[in-house]
Design a protein around this ligand. Structure first.
Ligand code: ZN
Length: 178
């Protein structure tokens, strides 16, 4: 079993609180079998609201995968977002861990931020794609953009209320040990 935290980073221009638009957002993960190290051929959509039965036990997980190469079953479940176990974002002693698995919004530009945490058995997550719809708000404005879709890794809009151009670019993601 391994606990992994996804850190994200982006250049935010006149927007803040970047997060998935919906509770049932499909996160696109690149996964790899821990037994034979075969990578899944595509990114897989995983919904943290879903529960799937595990055939080898009575439990359930958000995502269950049988490796097409070695046939071993592996699982992934979402945990409340938590800081990495090492590095500069390391969790402070007595730091509060959120009580729900809701991803944490990205508020500031150009700095790695804890986004979500998963627990994997028999697989590892090795990549992340910013697919699907996202939302973000404009600081000091009532504007909330609710249909953000990234094309070629970026998004641009204009906020009528604050009369400011808004954009998101330089999206990056990395998995670290939680
Ligand atoms: Zn395998």
């Amino acid at each position: 079993m391994v606990k992994l935290t996804l850190l994200i980073k982006a250049t935010l221009d006149n927007v803040t609180e970047l997060q998935p638009k919906n509770e049932n957002h499909e996160f696109h993960f690149k996964i790899q079998c821990s037994s034979c190290h075969e990578e899944h051929p595509s990114t897989v959509p995983i919904n943290r609201q879903e529960e799937h039965d595990i055939s080898s036990s009575r439990g359930s997980a958000s995502f269950v995968w049988r490796c097409s190469f070695c046939k071993r079953e592996s699982t992934l479940s979402f945990l409340p977002p938590q800081a990495p176990s090492s590095g500069t974002l390391k969790a402070k002693k007595n730091a509060k861990i959120p009580t729900t698995t809701t991803p944490l919004p990205l508020n500031e530009s150009d700095d790695w931020s804890v986004f979500l945490t998963v627990e994997c058995r028999g697989m590892e997550v090795v990549g992340f794609d910013f697919e699907g719809e996202w939302k973000a708000k404009v600081p000091d404005s009532d504007t909330v953009f609710e249909d953000i879709v990234f094309e070629d890794g970026r998004w641009d809009e204009y906020d009528e209320e604050s009369k400011l151009p808004c954009s998101i670019e330089d999206l990056e993601a990395k998995w670290v040990k939680a």
